[in-house]
Write a protein that binds this ligand. Structure first.
Ligand code: UT7
Length: 331
């Protein structure tokens, strides 16, 4: 990058959307052999949102995008790029980002999807912020949106208690010197791909009657292995992002972690010597929304007045791939 001027880039608007329908732990007790006490103590989740039958991921993404655009003051027509992080696109193609572009009337914007599972939103921030930093683009909409209910097996108690639907969005743009993104730490370990996946429907195992009967289109997770990976990687990814930013963990004003399991978040807090009030936690209301979890948590933190100008934030997540990502930013 030597010789090239880099512009400081930050988040200039946030928005979220969650569907109206609530699926509680008590509802799940009627569906599988489970109970509220187990779910709350093992995961921290109490309820999650489920998209209406006529809603798909682009619909949730669109509502979150509208809210983020309103907050930023940027018009849809002025967007240069729309980037959607999702593992539950409306369809293989066109991309969900193209569908959102059409709904928003963002005629000038390029559009593409990005696949990094629950780390997708942070991967998307890293991608988009570099495009703005170099001067290629001025305003980029980054969305994390999922309809995980569409790939969840509601007869499998190991997974169906965890996931929910929703969308979060941010508008990225130039910010004053000293503010915005300070670092990114992205990583992947493809050797763990078997631990968390949807096997069917792609070129390896195309959709057939047999693939449907064998439940190959549902999300599979080796929960315990993913849990161990998550506990290790959340702390180390956050620490690496802090190191790159030249910041100490004691400077963190707010941690915005992926909302998979309260015990995973607590282990990250321990590693970073942070009290629970320094972390945004909303998984009790929404469960795990994969790529949507971090942007929804961030949008709620902003709504609740928990983020002030100059605050130092750490975003950190992990997920299928396996993948992980962390970022340090000054609000
Ligand atoms: O963002 C994507 C990444 N995904 C995650 O972050 C998930 C990571 N993993 C986890 O959060 C946890 O592993 C789970 C919440 C999925 C499971 O918690 P765990 O403490 O690892 O439980 P376990 O899988 O070891 O299961 C303990 C027991 C088992 O019974 P036995 O074999 O000990 O008799 C399970 O069959 O709990 C049983 N169990 C349940 N019981 C009641 C599993 N699911 C349920 C359930 N209700 N829903």
């Amino acid at each position: 990058m030597s010789g090239m001027q880099l512009y400081p880039v930050g988040i200039i608007g946030t928005g979220k959307y969650v569907p109206e329908r609530i699926l509680t732990n008590h509802d799940l007790e009627q569906m599988v052999e489970t109970n509220d006490e187990w779910i709350v103590s093992r995961t921290g989740i109490r309820e999650r949102r489920i998209a209406a039958p006529e809603q798909a991921t682009s619909d949730l993404a669109y509502h979150a995008a509208e809210a983020a655009l309103r907050a930023s003051g940027v018009a849809a027509e002025d967007l240069d790029l729309i980037l959607v992080a999702t593992i539950t696109p409306d369809m293989f193609f066109p991309s969900t980002a193209c569908l959102v572009q059409e709904k928003l009337g963002a005629k000038k914007a390029a559009a593409f999807d990005l696949s990094a599972a629950c780390s997708g939103f942070i991967y998307g921030l890293a991608t988009a912020s570099n495009m703005i930093a170099t001067g290629m683009y001025k305003h980029v909409l980054v969305i994390g949106a999922e309809c995980l209910s569409r790939i969840t097996d509601y007869t499998d108690r190991n997974t169906c208690i965890l996931f929910g639907d929703g969308a979060g969005a941010v508008v990225l743009g130039r910010v004053p010197e000293g503010r915005g993104f300070k670092s990114f730490e992205l990583g992947a370990d493809g050797s763990g791909g078997e631990l968390l996946n949807v096997r069917g429907g792609g070129s390896r195992l195309p959709s057939t009657k047999e693939s449907v009967d064998s439940k190959a289109h549902y999300l599979f997770m080796a929960g315990n292995d993913v849990f161990k990976f998550a506990v290790r990687i959340m702390g180390s990814a956050a620490e690496e992002a802090l190191r790159k930013a030249g910041m100490d963990k004691s400077e963190i004003d707010l941690l915005v972690p992926h909302q998979a399991n309260i015990r995973i978040i607590q282990s990250a807090l321990n590693r970073l010597d942070l009290q629970e009030e320094k972390s945004m936690i909303n998984l009790d209301k929404y469960g795990n929304m994969s790529a949507a979890s971090i942007p929804v948590a961030l949008a709620e933190a902003v709504e609740e007045g928990r983020v002030q100008e100059g605050d130092k934030l750490v975003l950190v997540g992990f997920g299928g791939g396996l993948t992980w990502g962390a970022s340090v930013l000054v609000w």
